[in-house]
Design a protein around this ligand. Structure first.
Ligand SMILES: [Zn+2]
Length: 188
């Protein structure tokens, strides 16, 4: 549902590939209580990650019935593991719990656009939908080159339904605040 209460799904063809990019807030019966509250959970998880000394990224995985099957927060610095991103931590929890690497039918909600490593993990575990909060473009990140999830999917020729723009500002502000904090600490 959008803020004015109507369901708004705008799909656009992206390049020559078959996947659809859904802008705005996508809510269907498959998403239970809706995307905004679910991204609220991602934000809470992200804040916990930041408070623990990690990058403030949080992810949750929701099954086709709308149940939360896993959540993950960035643990990179506290576990000395550059692969411990919010998305991979959540995927590992879900696959362990469900005892399968096939998460088709599930949706991954994440507070920030997944990096290429996580994007591939999302594709390889067959998620049906990826719902993102903040974007690299929104953060003005120059260190990601021409990368975006859309560009990556197009490059790999793989389909994935995307939901974008959910609480993007809040997700990006959280990341920006963390970045500023790191820079302030580095100056001390
Ligand atoms: Zn990642």
């Amino acid at each position: 549902m959008t803020r004015n209460g109507s369901t708004q799904l705008q799909s656009t063809e992206h390049g020559t590939s078959a996947f659809r990019v859904l802008r705005g807030i996508a809510v269907s019966s498959g998403y239970g209580s809706g995307s905004r509250p679910l991204h609220g959970i991602c934000l809470d998880v992200a804040r916990q990650a930041g408070a623990a000394g990690n990058r403030p990224i949080g992810s949750i995985i929701v099954d086709a019935a709308g149940g939360i099957v896993a959540q993950g927060e960035n643990r990179m610095y506290t576990t000395f593991d550059p692969t411990a991103h919010g998305e991979t931590v959540a995927i590992r929890e879900a696959t362990r719990k469900l005892r399968t690497v096939d998460l088709s039918g599930c949706t991954l909600y994440t507070s920030l656009e997944p990096c290429p490593m996580c994007c591939w993990a999302i594709i390889d575990s067959r998620f049906g939908t990826l719902a993102m909060g903040g974007r690299y473009a929104g953060l003005g990140r120059k260190d990601m080159g021409r990368y975006s999830v859309e560009a990556f999917l197009e490059f790999m020729g793989r389909p994935l339904q995307l939901v974008t723009g959910i609480r993007a500002r809040a997700c990006e502000d959280l990341r920006r605040a963390w970045e500023a904090e790191q820079q302030a600490r580095a100056r001390v």
